[in-house]
Design a protein around this ligand. Structure first.
Ligand SMILES: CC(C)(COP(=O)(O)OP(=O)(O)OC[C@H]1O[C@@H](n2cnc3c(N)ncnc32)[C@H](O)[C@@H]1OP(=O)(O)O)[C@@H](O)C(=O)NCCC(=O)NCCS
Length: 205
């Protein structure tokens, strides 16, 4: 698929900001009408990034059931947000989602993927902050994220944004305490996260 792909039409929730290097970006929630855009973003990921996020080695096509699950509108229990660069033919830069746990309604699972060429520009921290505030506004108090131990970038990113790690013998389980901003390290992506939380805390809710 080439050309302009509409990634989101939910204009009312659009946030405008810049990355640290000055690139203007928008942050928007995704919905069923952004199916083609999300599938195209998946296609553009490297095989390693796809595997790190979805834990299976697939081709360039995302499964229809995964798209259904990601884009399901379930207010208060699930949301998916994207960072977009409107100046590009394909505007998708990264996306992140949260799902409330059925067992513990205080907790939600958080997942994030940034296109390979845009990693380490602060996009993951921006998406974490937006999901953090969005989930908190629905009563979520903890995020849990899972990563493979060999995914050094994600392990470091989760730790450096203040999540506590636990090893279950197979995967690394990270937990962020959304109510305690003192757990966010005052360095690297921790600073970026804290700045984004301050930037959007009045704007999101
Ligand atoms: C993990 C991920 C979401 C981070 O997003 P990002 O936009 O690159 O992260 P940020 O720019 O906000 O933060 C960058 C920081 O994260 C850590 N980091 C990210 N990628 C890293 C890498 N390849 N090696 C080492 N550290 C890395 C570092 O602390 C880095 O800070 P630095 O650049 O100052 O050293 C992104 O790398 C990604 O999409 N990976 C593939 C999918 C995945 O693994 N998802 C996580 C499981 S849900």
């Amino acid at each position: 698929m080439t050309g302009v792909v509409p990634l989101c039409v939910m204009e009312e929730k659009r946030l405008e900001t810049e990355l640290a290097d000055g690139l203007p970006v928008q942050v928007r929630p995704l919905g069923p009408d952004t199916r083609d855009g999300l599938a195209e973003g998946y296609r553009r990921l490297s095989p390693d990034s796809r595997y790190q996020r979805f834990w299976v080695r697939t081709g360039e096509l995302i499964g229809e059931r995964m798209l259904d699950r990601l884009l399901e509108v379930d207010p208060g229990d699930h949301a998916i947000w994207a960072v977009l660069d409107p100046a590009r033919d394909f505007p998708g830069v990264g996306a992140a989602s949260w799902w409330r746990s059925e067992k513990d309604p205080d907790e939600a699972e958080f997942s994030c993927t940034v296109l390979d060429e845009d990693q380490r520009r602060g996009v993951g921290s921006l998406l974490l902050a937006v999901c953090w505030l969005d989930a908190m506004s629905h009563g979520v108090r903890k995020f849990v994220g899972y990563t493979m131990p060999e995914n050094v970038g994600a392990v470091r990113w989760m730790r450096d944004t203040g999540a506590e790690a636990e090893w279950d013998g197979y995967k690394v389980i990270f937990r962020w305490d959304l109510e305690d901003l003192d757990t966010i390290p005052p360095a690297g992506p921790g600073i970026a996260l804290a700045e984004r939380l301050a930037e959007f805390s009045g704007e999101m809710l």
